[in-house]
Design a protein around this ligand. Sequence first.
Ligand code: PLP
Length: 442
Amino acid sequence: MNQSYLIKPVMRDFYPTAMYGQGVFIYDKRGKKYLDGSSGAVTSSIGHAVPEIIEVIYEQAKKISFVYRSQFTTEPAEKLAEKLNQLVFGEEDEYFSFFVNSGSEATETALKIAIQYWQEKGNFRKNKVISRWSSYHGITMGALSMSGHIGRRERFVSLLERLPTISSPNCYRCPFNQKYPSCQLMCANELETAIRREGADNIAAFIAEPIVGAAGGVIVPPEGYYQMVREICNDHDILFIADEVMTGIGRTGKMFAMEHWGVKPDIIALGKGMSAGYTPMAATLASGKVMKPILAGSASVMSGHTYSANPQSAAVALAVINYIEKNDLVQKSEVSGNYLMNLLKEVAVKYPIIGDIRGKGLMIGVEFVSNILTKHPFQKELSLTSKLVETARDKGLLIYPATAGIEGGGGDAVIIAPPINITKQEVDLLVNLFEKMVDEIQ
Ligand code: PLP
């Protein structure tokens, strides 16, 4: 077959046909081997064809693959919810899980739960959500409304509810032209200004990615940012939603990225690495504080999908989390992340088109610039990011395209986020292929 009838996400000339995967490698129909340097879309966090997970899929399929969530609960779904509750920052708080099928559904559900929380408390005015530019919370309309990703919004603005309100905490390109720490975290203070402008009485929640992924090329906020955000939300009685869809379940060297700053969100969205790509699975975790008025009121979250809490997917997600714990992969993500980061920095000094390398654990962003001193991005028409991704693919390395540079989108960046069980030799190979790609592009 030389013609594909699939509608592709980007209408480009050619996608290879993937045939099978093993560990960190994927093989296409022509026998070409690719190192999965981005875990797909930062998803396959334990690599491909892990026997323990395949076994669980088979065993669960023999028992039951589907029940409807308003007719039955299942053991895998209950156990997964219990496990997530144990994992979220110790045991002092209780978090309830609402299972969905994608990160977009998880953030969309988070928005709905936040609004419903205030309604159940008798407050119908608190229904707006503050979000940031250079952010991505998903492709469905509610989630896209909150997303500060120009490229993904622009065609659908007529259907989007609102614009993001504040800047992202981007120290490489500070929106306030300041330097940390003398800036005194103006980026966090901007939240307070926005709340005062809109009126705290109208705002249900603030949503943010702990570390920005696709819409920023991995933006790690400065120390103290989230502590201040949490304080501002508390002071103004606003819920804090952490979108951990990309960062969650071990990716950044902690089980949840918010642990880096010791900050507890009221609601957490999870997806991607939660089932490591073996089945579609995502979740919205709501704290006991948020669920209390809901449970005492209507007693159900006003959302849901046919495949919510699918037992097959729940069994897989539980097995993935157990596998991560058993193999100490959260810690390995930190150790391998530091090793990879150091090697990439050695490459960067040789190539002035690399402007910045940043990240935590195995979530690393590389931003490309046309001038390293002025940090000027490449012109948009050059579309360097797709050239980088394609050149890397030709060399047998998969990396993930991101938007960076200018607030709201513009510059070129890629995300490097291999499976967190990658070995040292595989990291060496990844960096070797990455350098070959940069060398060809420069
Ligand atoms: N939130 C974040 C932070 C993401 O990175 C993504 C996807 O890239 C989403 C939400 C949406 O997830 P999905 O593509 O599974 O709908």
